[in-house]
Each structure stands twice: as structure tokens, then as C-alpha cells.
Design a protein around this ligand. Structure first.
Ligand code: PPS
Length: 359
């Protein structure tokens, strides 16, 4: 391996650079020398949204993500009351953030969409990603080391989000008996289609088009952000079986089908159970469900025209709200793809007890 002094982005350049190589060079410019060196030793594959994905600690991710995950693993220290929301991308992260924020803060910010006090609800004017920060995209992004010890008291519990697989979470999060993790899982068919649409939008124009056939092949080979998807899902699933008081495993399709009982379970797990009155009247639970629903969030000014601070400067919130349905994959996957992905899932999830509703 070359010495650190000799490593520059020019190691990734050639005389006749392809579009991928040019984009990669731009990406790498922002990284620390340490991270650039690490990249040289990692397996590399063509990416979805960036030219390449790298296999880091067993999962696939973009160069910038690797840098922030290393920083998160090195510097984050959990507090006993912390809540971590975990997902693989495009599984309903935005929805989960909204629901958890609304549940935890319901006394401070009543959710009733009709009452006067609720006009100030933060979810009406902020995108959920700006209310519950990502550890790797926001707090530890770009080599920052945030001082999280100064979190305001009214923000207890501190709530963070991540796409990092279970084994790569910072150690104190895993060790603690009291830090809570909520994992939201979505069926792999819909997650694939949602990811493909999203990445197509965010992919730089200089890169070649990204066909569904190509995305499908990569997805089935496990090469997708934070994937293989089966390892991501099984990592949290197995932990939720071992430590149900620590890891709550929710499914996107179940919440769609029965939002009330899922919200009750979520609120109890977080230590903010609905009171007997709240449950009897059912109003608060319904109001939270309504406030965080796809139709409500999608139509808000902030989500139609705004830009979340979390992602890149050019990122528009509207891209987080596409269809929000279960089973949209039927409009995209051909019978052979359906057969292949079904077989893969059978093989990977066999014996785990984890199953999915596809429609
Ligand atoms: N409130 C609400 N309810 C139900 N579904 C919702 C909601 N908000 C976003 N969505 C849908 O979730 C998909 C985006 O996934 P994520 O939020 O995980 O994206 S990200 O990883 O944070 O970028 C994406 O799914 P698709 O529509 O299938 O692409 C969004 O439309």
C-alpha cells in the first residue's frame, strides 16, 4: 500500500477519465487522508447514486458515509435514555421519525390537527429529518464531532436515526440495557423499487442512466446502500428476539394496516405509553396517525417546496414522498424478477421467523 504522504485523489484518476472516475474524484476531495487510505483497501463495486460503493465492515456504502460512520463509532457516547431509530434506506425512515417525534413530544406539542395550539406543531413546518437527526448524514457528517452532551433537557430522550447495520452501531448503544432501538422494516420488493426511484433522481447527470434491470441485479447480489438487505434486516431482527425490551422490530406494512395498535406498542416501548384516557378516547392516537400520514406530510409546504438540511444542498424534500404504498412493485417487476427475488428471500430468511407482506 502506498505511504500516506503519497496518497492523493490522483490515485483514482487515469489519463482518460470516465464519468464515474470524475465524479469519484469530486467525492473523494472532501474526505480525510485517513479515509482515502482506507478506501484503497476496500472491495469496490459500481454504485447506485455515487459512482462506487465500498464494502466496509461487511456492508456497502458511499465514501462519505464511511467517514462519518467511523467518526460516529469513535466519538458517540450514549445516554441511558437515548432512542435510536434504525432502518435500511427507503423503508419508511421519514415516517418513523415523524411518528416517534409526535409520540414523545405530544404534551409539548399536541398533535390535534384542528386545535389552535397544534398550529405550532414542528411537523407542520419542518421535515422529519430535521427534527430527528441522522447520526451519519448530519451529526457526524463531513468530519464533524458534535458536542451532544449539551442536548437541551426538553429534548430528552435524545432521538437519533441511522442506517448503520446492528453490528456496526457504536458499542455503548449495543451494550446499554436501557438505550432503545426501534427498527422499521419494509418488504424488500417495495424497498427495492423505492430505492431505485430515489437513486435515479439523486444520481448526478454526468453518470450513465441506471436501469431497473441493473438495480435489480445489484440488489439481489447484496450491493445496495447498507446492504445486503437480508443481513441488515436479520441483524436487527435477531437482536429484537434476543432483547425485546431493547430492540422493537416494526414492519411498514403492519403500521399501514393497523396504525393504532402499532402506535400503542411503539409508545409503550419508548416509555411514553398512552394513558387510559388517551386510549379510551382514541383521539390522540388518531391525530398522531393523521399528522404523520403520507397524505398529510406530502402536502405540507415544507415538504412540497422545502429542502431538508440533512441531505445535500440540492436535495428537495418532495423526493421523500413518492407513493407511500404497499405493493407498488407489481407495476415494475417482471415475473422472472419476482421469482428470483422470492427465491432469494426464501433462502436468506429461512428459519429466521421473519416474514413479509408483499401486497
Ligand atoms: N408518512 C409516510 N407514510 C408512509 N410512507 C411514507 C411516508 N413518508 C414517506 N413515505 C415513503 O417511504 C419511502 C421513503 O423511505 P424513507 O423515508 O426510508 O427514505 S430515506 O431512507 O429516509 O431517504 C417512500 O416510499 P415510496 O413511495 O414507495 O418510494 C415514501 O413515499
Amino acid at each position: 500500500m502506498p505511504s500516506s504522504a503519497t496518497i492523493t485523489t490522483t490515485h483514482f484518476t487515469k489519463h482518460h477519465q470516465s464519468a464515474e472516475e470524475k465524479e469519484e474524484e469530486e467525492e473523494l476531495k472532501l474526505l480525510s487522508q485517513e479515509c482515502k487510505e482506507l478506501l484503497l483497501s476496500l472491495p469496490k463495486e459500481k454504485g447506485w447514486r455515487t459512482p462506487f460503493l465500498y464494502q466496509f465492515q461487511g456492508f456497502w456504502c458511499q465514501p462519505k458515509e464511511i467517514q462519518s460512520i467511523i467518526s460516529f463509532q469513535k466519538h458517540f457516547k450514549s445516554r441511558e435514555s437515548d432512542v435510536i431509530l434504525a432502518t435500511i434506506p427507503k423503508s419508511g425512515t421519514t415516517w418513523l421519525k415523524a411518528l416517534v417525534f409526535a409520540i414523545i413530544n405530544r404534551r409539548r406539542f399536541p398533535p390535534a390537527t384542528t386545535s389552535d395550539t397544534s398550529r405550532n406543531h414542528p411537523l407542520l413546518t419542518s421535515n422529519p429529518h430535521d427534527l430527528v437527526p441522522f447520526l451519519e448524514y448530519k451529526l457526524y457528517a463531513n468530519n464533524q464531532v458534535p458536542d451532544l452532551s449539551k442536548f437541551p433537557d426538553d429534548d430528552e430522550p435524545r432521538t437519533f436515526a441511522t442506517h448503520v447495520p446492528y453490528p456496526s452501531l457504536e458499542e455503548s448503544i449495543k451494550k446499554s440495557e436501557s438505550v432503545k432501538i426501534v427498527y422499521l422494516c419494509r418488504n424488500p420488493f417495495d424497498t427495492l423499487i423505492s430505492s431505485w426511484h430515489f437513486m435515479k433522481i439523486l444520481r448526478p447527470e454526468s453518470l450513465p442512466q441506471f436501469s431497473l434491470e441493473e438495480a435489480f441485479k445489484m440488489y439481489c447480489n447484496g450491493i445496495v446502500g447498507f446492504g445486503p438487505f437480508w443481513e441488515h434486516m436479520l441483524g436487527y431482527w435477531n437482536e429484537s428476539l434476543k432483547r425485546p425490551e431493547k430492540v422493537l422490530f416494526l414492519k411498514y406494512e403492519d403500521i399501514k394496516e393497523d396504525v393504532v395498535s402499532n402506535l400503542k406498542e411503539l409508545a409503550s416501548f419508548l416509555g411514553f405509553p398512552f394513558s387510559v384516557e388517551e386510549e379510551r378516547e382514541g383521539v390522540v392516537i388518531q391525530e398522531i396517525a393523521k399528522l404523520c400520514s403520507f397524505d398529510k406530510l406530502k402536502e405540507l409546504e415544507v415538504n412540497k417546496y422545502g429542502k431538508a438540511m440533512t441531505f445535500s444542498k440540492h436535495f428537495e424534500n418532495k423526493h421523500l414522498f413518492r407513493k407511500g404504498e404497499v405493493g407498488d412493485w407489481v407495476n415494475y417487476l417482471n415475473p422472472l424478477m419476482v421469482k428470483q427475488l422470492s427465491q432469494l428471500m426464501e433462502e436468506k430468511f429461512m428459519g429466521s421467523g421473519l416474514s413479509f407482506k408483499l401486497l
